[in-house]
Design a protein around this ligand. Structure first.
Ligand SMILES: Cc1cc2nc3c(=O)[nH]c(=O)nc-3n(C[C@H](O)[C@H](O)[C@H](O)COP(=O)(O)OP(=O)(O)OC[C@H]3O[C@@H](n4cnc5c(N)ncnc54)[C@H](O)[C@@H]3O)c2cc1C
Ligand code: FES
Length: 324
């Protein structure tokens, strides 16, 4: 699992944000959207610990993957100084990623028979309620949380799914993945729609991605929601999905040490019986039986349990997450 990658490119995409391409065929071949690599940012002792970064894109043909990161402190600052040809000491791919078939078939629509509203406001045009529309996956990104969701969008599109990508950021200069999304749009025959939101309204809609998400979920066209971003945004996304009975997954962040489940440094609290799902349309049944290991409905005491974000996550079913 310990790998040595080689930096191919290092590009400053916006002040404080970098895109780094790394040649490392084993990560490129073996990774899944939502997984991360644990990177040593320096050959020295400070910082001693590795830093977790999501796999942003993969190019299997070239045996490479990309990281999209914001300079936060010393580790990411040192990482931004790496140049093409430099070696990168990393562990990965690590963790559990997103469930690409979440929400198929779309129980909410099947059981409710709901039809999309004629108008969703905010520029969202409702389309006729065909089965394809109902299978739309919605991705909600806040800030640098966009990094793993681009890889997820690419894989969902490759599976033939429709994707609505809600991209939120503080301001125009924090929208650092629009180029990648345009690339994806070119090859997917209108199956990817992108909606931009900024806190200051400098581009797209003013406000959080929660607003268009709520409107979209309200018309029941959504098969599943996948989200990554700041805690407050994730809490709101989870609430919207719970109220709408829509299955979803979130990628959580935690400070990490070992990155492989050995130190308990990244523990987070979860509901112990997430298999109960959101409030069900059919009494006694979960909206979907997703569990991180794909084994089906869990049983539990109803008391919170602790999970290691690095090993059992970073992606969790929304219904098991206790928003902080
Ligand atoms: C699974 C996972 C995937 C991630 N993917 C990405 C990614 O694709 N792109 C990206 O830019 N960042 C990502 N992060 C966050 C990234 O790991 C941190 O920004 C990085 O570790 C900071 O290291 P540093 O040495 O630069 O900053 P430090 O000096 O360690 O910290 C600087 C400041 O940032 C805060 N901070 C650092 N790490 C975190 C964290 N994980 N959560 C909350 N606050 C933190 C510290 O409290 C401190 O105030 C991810 C985190 C996790 C857990
Ligand atoms: S970072 Fe050590 S258990 Fe997760």
């Amino acid at each position: 699992m310990k790998q040595t990658g080689e930096v191919m490119t290092q590009t400053r995409v916006s002040p404080g944000y970098y895109l780094m391409e790394v040649r490392c065929p084993s990560v490129a071949d073996g990774s899944h959207p939502g997984q991360f690599v644990h990177v040593r940012c320096t050959g020295g002792l400070d910082p001693l610990l590795r830093r977790p970064l999501s796999i942003h894109r993969v190019n299997r043909q070239h045996g490479s993957f990309a990281l999209l990161y914001r300079v936060q402190g010393k580790g990411t600052q040192l990482l931004s100084q790496k140049r093409p040809g430099d070696k990168l000491d990393l562990l990965g791919p690590l963790g559990k990623g997103f469930n690409l078939s979440l929400g198929i078939p779309t129980r909410a629509c099947i059981h409710s028979g709901a039809k999309p509203d004629a108008s969703l406001g905010n520029g969202f045009e409702a389309e006729p309620g065909s089965a394809r529309d109902r299978e739309e996956a919605v991705l909600a990104a806040g800030g640098i949380g966009v990094a793993p969701l681009v890889y997820l969008a690419e894989e969902l599109l490759a599976l033939g799914r429709r994707v609505l990508f809600l991209v939120g950021a503080r301001s125009a200069s924090d929208l650092v993945a629009l180029g990648a999304l345009e690339e994806l749009q070119e090859g997917c025959h209108d199956r990817l729609r992108v909606v931009i939101c900024t806190d200051d309204g400098s581009v797209g809609f003013r406000g959080s991605v929660a607003v268009p998400l709520e409107e979209t979920v309200a018309c029941r066209r959504v098969a599943a929601v996948f989200a990554c971003g700041p805690e407050a945004m994730l809490a709101r996304v989870i609430e919207i999905c719970r109220q709408g009975g829509v299955p979803g997954q979130v990628s959580l962040e935690a400070r990490m040490a070992c990155g492989v489940g050995a130190c308990l440094g990244c523990a987070c609290r979860l509901h112990s019986d997430p298999g109960q799902g959101w409030p069900s349309l059919e009494p006694g049944k979960a909206v979907h039986p997703g569990t991180p290991d794909g084994s089906g409905i869990r049983t539990g005491s109803g008391k919170p349990v602790y999970a290691k974000v690095c090993r059992e996550g970073p992606v969790f079913d929304m219904e098991e997450v206790i928003p902080e």
